[in-house]
Each structure stands twice: as C-alpha cells, then as structure tokens.
Design a protein around this ligand. Structure first.
Ligand code: HEC
Length: 138
C-alpha cells in the first residue's frame, strides 16, 4: 500500500514538473535568422555576448526592456532610444539610432533571438506584433 501511494505521489510530481516547463522552444531557424540580423546590426554596440560596453552601450542580458513589455521593446528598435538609462547600477547616455529600415520579420527574429540568448528566456516576438507597433508609430 505504501509503495502504491509513493508511486502515485511520484507520478503526480513528475507530471506537474512537466507541466511547469518553460515556453515552447524557439524554432532553430528563427534563432539562426535572428542571430544573422544581430551580428550585422546590433553586435557592434551590444557585443557578441550581449554584455554591452560599460557606460556606453547597455547590456541585453535580463534587462527590464528586453524581458518586459514587447511593444516597448519593438518601439526601441524601430525608433531608437535616447533617454538617461540605468542598468545594473551603470548609467548609459549614448543614443541608439532608429532601425526602422529592418523588416517586420527581421525585427521579430532579432528580438526573439535576443529574448532567448544572453541568459534570457522569454516568449517569441512575431512579425504581426512588430507590424502593429510600426503602424502606430506612423
Ligand atoms: C550605435 C550603437 C547601437 C546599435 C547599433 C544598437 N544599439 Fe541598442 N542601444 C544602444 C544604446 C546607446 C542604448 C541606450 C540608449 C539610451 O540610453 O537611451 C541602447 C538600448 C537598447 C535597448 C534597451 C536597453 C537595454 O539594454 O535593455 C535594447 C533592448 C537594445 N538597445 C537592443 C538593440 C538591438 C536588438 C539592436 C540591433 C537591431 C541594437 N540595440 C542596436 C546602442 C546601440
């Protein structure tokens, strides 16, 4: 009887652990496409490891902008950013230029890549979400 109870308890634990797993894995192709965009348009400032450059370009690892509201994040890419910023006790005052020349697909891919690289783990960004933000900016 005890063994049966143990077996059931273990079974429940295993099932509930499985149900808690993280968001569905990002398709490999999306990550590859996103990395290509990143390497061309973001790497020079935010660096290959997303750590940025102290006092100049902020890191992309676990910041509230990267992991937070997707609309705001898309807007940063399309419009650029120019506001005093403090991340991990370091302040950044350089300007990030607008990247509105990137397609909806490219912005979606690069943000999905960033949100799932550099120790980040967050939901994907779709071209439709980028399109919606872009439409409001015009
Ligand atoms: C010319 C250098 C430069 C390039 C290129 C650049 N950024 Fe930035 N980025 C910055 C700077 C500087 C800031 C901070 C701006 C401020 O303080 O207002 C910033 C801010 C950010 C932020 C919000 C702050 C944070 O660290 O979470 C994100 C997200 C971001 N950039 C992502 C990207 C992505 C993705 C690309 C490529 C599509 C890119 N950046 C290209 C310089 C750059």
């Amino acid at each position: 009887m005890k063994i049966l109870a143990f077996t059931i308890a273990t079974g429940i634990a295993v099932v509930s652990m499985a149900m808690q797993t993280k968001p569905a894995a990002v398709p490999k192709q999306t990550m590859e496409n996103g990395k290509k965009v990143y390497d061309v348009y973001c790497l020079a400032c935010h660096q290959a490891d997303g750590a940025g450059v102290p006092k100049m370009n902020p890191p992309l690892s676990k910041t509230q902008y990267v992991l937070g509201d997707k609309k705001r994040l898309v807007q940063i890419i399309l419009k650029g950013m120019n506001e005093p910023l403090e991340i991990d006790g370091e302040s950044y005052e350089n300007t990030m230029s607008a990247h509105d020349f990137l397609s909806d697909q490219e912005v979606a891919d690069v943000l999905t890549y960033v949100r799932n690289s550099f120790k980040n783990k967050a939901s994907i960004v779709t071209p439709a979400e980028v399109k919606a933000v872009r439409a409001k900016l015009k």
